[in-house]
Design a protein around this ligand. Structure first.
Ligand code: SF4
Length: 319
C-alpha cells in the first residue's frame, strides 16, 4: 500500500508545521509522536531502511487518522492516508487490536456483545457496536416519539477494523431501504455506496419542533463527520433550535480530535485522555455542555466533562 504514496512521502520537506497542534499535549515528546516522524517511519518501512517491530507498530497505530495536522501542512500532504497505508502493510497488530479483531470475526461486534436488530419500515437505522453499547434505548425512544416504525440493523460496520489496517469484507444489506440513517460517522464511511444520512440531517428533514432552553451547548466536530464527510452545519442548526450554540476556539475543519476513536482509545488511553481533557477544559471555561455527534466521541468525552450526544439532546427536547 505504501508504494501508492511514494511521491507523497517524498514531498515532505520536514518543515515540522504539522507538529503545531501537538504542542499542547504532554505525551508528544518523541519525534515519532508527531505526524512528521510517522511519515518518515512509513518511508523507512517502504524503502526497507527500517524493519517492522512492535515499536514501529505502536508508532503507526498511535494516531487517530483525524486529518487535523494536514490543515497545518504547507505541502498539503495526505498524512493520514500515508499512515493508514503503512498500517495495511504491517504484519503485526497491538494486543488490544488483536482482541478487537477476534471479537469482530466471532461476534460481528468489536466488544463481543450481542447486536440489537429490529424489523420495521423502509426507514432504517444502522445501530453499530458503539451506539448499541451507549444509547440503544435512546434510539428506540427517539423513533417512537417521531412515530416512525424504524428498522434497526445491528453489528459492526467494520470501519474501526479497517482503521487498524485489516481488510474487511463489508456485508451488503439485502433489504429495500428508503433511507439509511447513521449516528456514527464510521458507519457512514463504511457504507458510502448506500447514500447514508446522518441523524442530524434526517431530523432536520422532518421539521421537528423542539422545546427551547437557555443552556449553552458547545459543539464538538467529530473529525470523521467533519473533515471526512463535510457535515458541519446540520448539528449546529439543531443545537440553535434547542439552546445557545457556543463554539470551541478551533472548530469545523480546524477542530481538535477528542481521542475517542475506539481503536485509538483502547490502545492509548493516556493520550486519548489528554486530548479529551483539553476540550473539556475549554467547555467548562465557557460554561457549556459538550454536544457530540459520534458515539466514539460521546463514550470517551463523557468521562471528562458534561456531555450530551445529539441523539439524546433531540430525544429529550422533541415537543
Ligand atoms: S507539515 Fe507536511 S511537509 Fe512539513 S513536516 Fe509535516 S508532513 Fe512534512
Amino acid at each position: 500500500m505504501l508504494e501508492k504514496y511514494h511521491d507523497e512521502m517524498l514531498s515532505c520537506t520536514a518543515c515540522a508545521f504539522c507538529k503545531k497542534s501537538y504542542y499542547v499535549y504532554k505525551f508528544a515528546q518523541k519525534e515519532s509522536d508527531y505526524p512528521k516522524g510517522k511519515v518518515m517511519v512509513c518511508y523507512g518501512l517502504f524503502s526497507k531502511e527500517i524493519e517492522e517491530d512492535m515499536d514501529v507498530v505502536k508508532i503507526l497505530q498511535k494516531c487517530t487518522l483525524c486529518r487535523r495536522c494536514e490543515k497545518d501542512c504547507p505541502s498539503m500532504i495526505k498524512i493520514s492516508d500515508i499512515i493508514w497505508a503503512g498500517r495495511y502493510d504491517l504484519k503485526n497488530l497491538l494486543p488490544e487490536h488483536e482482541k478487537m479483531l477476534q471479537n469482530f470475526e466471532k461476534y460481528n461486534n468489536i466488544f463481543g456483545e450481542k447486536n440489537y436488530e429490529k424489523e420495521g419500515s423502509e426507514i432504517t437505522f444502522f445501530m453499530g457496536c458503539l451506539v448499541s453499547k451507549e444509547m440503544k434505548d435512546v434510539v428506540i425512544s427517539l423513533f417512537d416519539k417521531l412515530g416512525i416504525d424504524v428498522t434497526v440493523i445491528g453489528g459492526c460496520c467494520g470501519y474501526p477494523i479497517e482503521k487498524i489496517g485489516r481488510r474487511v469484507k463489508i456485508k451488503l444489506i439485502e433489504k429495500e431501504m428508503d433511507k439509511l440513517i447513521f449516528s456514527c460517522p464510521n458507519g457512514m464511511l463504511a457504507f458510502k455506496e448506500f447514500k447514508p444520512m446522518h441523524i442530524s440531517q434526517f431530523i432536520l428533514s422532518l421539521n421537528v419542533n423542539f422545546l427551547k432552553n437557555n443552556k449553552n451547548y458547545i459543539y464538538h466536530d467529530s473529525s470523521f463527520l467533519g473533515r471526512y464527510l463535510g457535515i458541519y452545519d446540520e448539528p449546529r442548526e439543531i443545537i440553535k433550535r434547542i439552546g445557545n450554540l457556543v463554539e470551541f476556539e478551533e472548530n469545523r475543519e480546524m477542530a481538535r480530535q477528542c481521542g475517542g476513536e475506539i481503536e485509538f482509545k483502547i490502545a492509548f488511553p493516556q493520550e486519548a485522555g489528554e486530548m479529551a481533557e483539553y476540550l473539556a477544559r475549554e467547555a467548562k471555561k465557557k460554561d457549556a455542555i459538550i454536544v457530540t455527534t459520534s458515539p466514539h466521541c460521546y463514550s470517551h468525552l463523557k468521562e471528562y466533562g458534561d456531555v450530551v450526544d445529539l441523539l439524546q439532546l433531540v430525544e429529550e427536547n422533541i415537543k
